[in-house]
Design a protein around this ligand. Structure first.
Ligand code: OSB
Ligand code: MG
Length: 399
């Protein structure tokens, strides 16, 4: 496999409904779409970095910069026997996992298409899960009132989702969980704090224990492992780490010191499918279940997530839900749907196996950049929408 051309697009889509976490409310989602090409075949990946550096340090603008200036020159024109080699080839670039992942995942899609196989099989998915579909859960943001939260939970329950997650923060936690238990009984329920608490809040967080939650996700700092281990010794609710596990090594440390009993895997956070597989296998070797996180992806990133979720140790429902919760219309047609039993079918076509509506992509595109393999030597020439050859220019920041 030899990537000859990389295209970046900055897209912006309005969300069907606002999404609020402990770090704020958003109404639209900008993201970078990456296409890689080799002699007639192509693959696509979606960069999950957001406009702001609140979930992680990366943003759409840093991803654009890192991919065009650093990732593209390393991967363009280089021979890879397999896409799992790409992450290691990018080791010279520190961090920027979301930027790396977008290109790496596009390469996996292209590789699977070249083999004429669905991505799930190429990733090493379990035949049983590929056959049955993946178990789907939902992430419900912070609402304006407990009544509105109850309404959201009710809608998602009736749709068939296998697990409900609610976002929590100080002031929107115990009462919200108590209300859900009161009105909906013993449903599979978990909470995600997105790093909104401190170890000093341990006694407060232990008040969640009586509610029998499946887990509490990322209660403490985004880069902390040690305090999570201390917290886990003080609460019964299993801790799941998201933000803190940016690398396989961080997960090994967390497992070793008891900082988590469950792991959330997001390929963008760890650098792509290859690193996700390594993290998945590490967790499996330690008897730690994993589940697939979500980053409000369009149908393109969502399709990647569905394929990755077929690996055998994805034993809990993920934040991989139907397109219509996020974007209407989605960038793919048909869109991703959840079945009444709360599962999502795994696409059976080659690669990610979904049909991209390029007219919708074009309509949502705010900036575009092409980078091609250099056939002689020197720096990589790039072209923008106007066809001129020049250095990569980041898209204008918007707030
Ligand atoms: O922490 O899992 C998270 C969305 C954006 C950033 C971080 C997170 C989330 C979600 C939404 O929880 C999951 C989804 O529905 O895609
Ligand atoms: Mg999370």
């Amino acid at each position: 496999m030899r990537i000859e051309r990389i295209e970046l697009r900055l897209l912006r889509l309005p969300l069907v409904r606002f999404f609020e976490t402990s770090f704020g409310r958003i109404h639209e989602r900008p993201f970078v779409l990456v296409t890689v090409e080799e002699a007639g075949s192509a693959g696509v990946g979606e960069c999950v970095a957001d406009a702001n550096p609140f979930y992680s340090a990366e943003t759409t603008a840093t991803a654009w910069h890192i991919i065009s200036e650093f990732v593209a020159p390393i991967v363009l024109g280089r021979e890879f026997a397999h896409p799992r080699e790409i992450f290691d080839a990018l080791a010279v670039i520190r961090g920027h996992n979301m930027a790396k992942a977008a290109v790496e995942m596009a390469a996996w899609d292209m590789y699977a298409r070249q083999q004429g196989r669905p991505l799930a099989g190429v990733l090493g998915g379990s035949p049983a899960i590929i056959e049955s579909g993946i178990a789907s859960g939902v992430s419900i943001g912070i609402q304006d009132s407990l009544d509105e939260l109850a309404e959201r939970v009710d809608v998602e329950r009736r749709t068939g989702y296998r697990r409900i997650k609610i976002k929590i923060k100080p002031g929107w936690d115990i009462d919200a969980v108590a209300m859900i238990r009161e009105r909906f009984g013993d449903i599979p329920l978990m909470v995600d704090a997105n790093a909104a608490y401190h170890l000093a809040d341990a006694a407060h967080l232990s008040r969640l224990d009586p509610f029998g939650l499946m887990m509490i996700e990322q209660p403490l700092d985004y880069d902390d492992i040690r305090d999570h281990a201390a917290l886990q010794r003080q609460i019964r609710t299993p801790i799941c780490l998201d933000e803190s596990l940016h690398a396989v090594r961080a997960a090994a440390e967390a497992i070793e010191i008891g900082a988590c009993r469950i792991i959330n895997i997001k390929p963008g956070r760890v650098g792509g499918h290859g690193q996700s597989i390594r993290l998945h296998d590490l967790a499996a070797a330690h008897g730690i279940p994993v589940w697939h996180g979500g980053m409000l992806e369009s149908g393109i990133g969502r399709a990647h997530n569905i394929h990755l979720s077929t690996l055998a140790n994805f034993r809990l429902p993920g934040d991989v839900a139907a397109s219509r919760r996020y974007y209407a219309p989605d960038l793919i047609d048909p869109e991703i749907d959840v079945r009444p039993d709360g599962t999502i079918a795994v696409p059976t076509g080659p690669g990610i196996g979904v049909t991209i509506d390029w007219n919708r992509v074009a309509a949502a595109t705010e900036a575009r950049l092409e980078t091609r393999m250099n056939t002689d030597h020197g720096s990589t020439p790039t072209t923008d929408d106007h066809g001129s050859t020049r250095k990569a220019e980041p898209p204008k920041a918007r707030t």
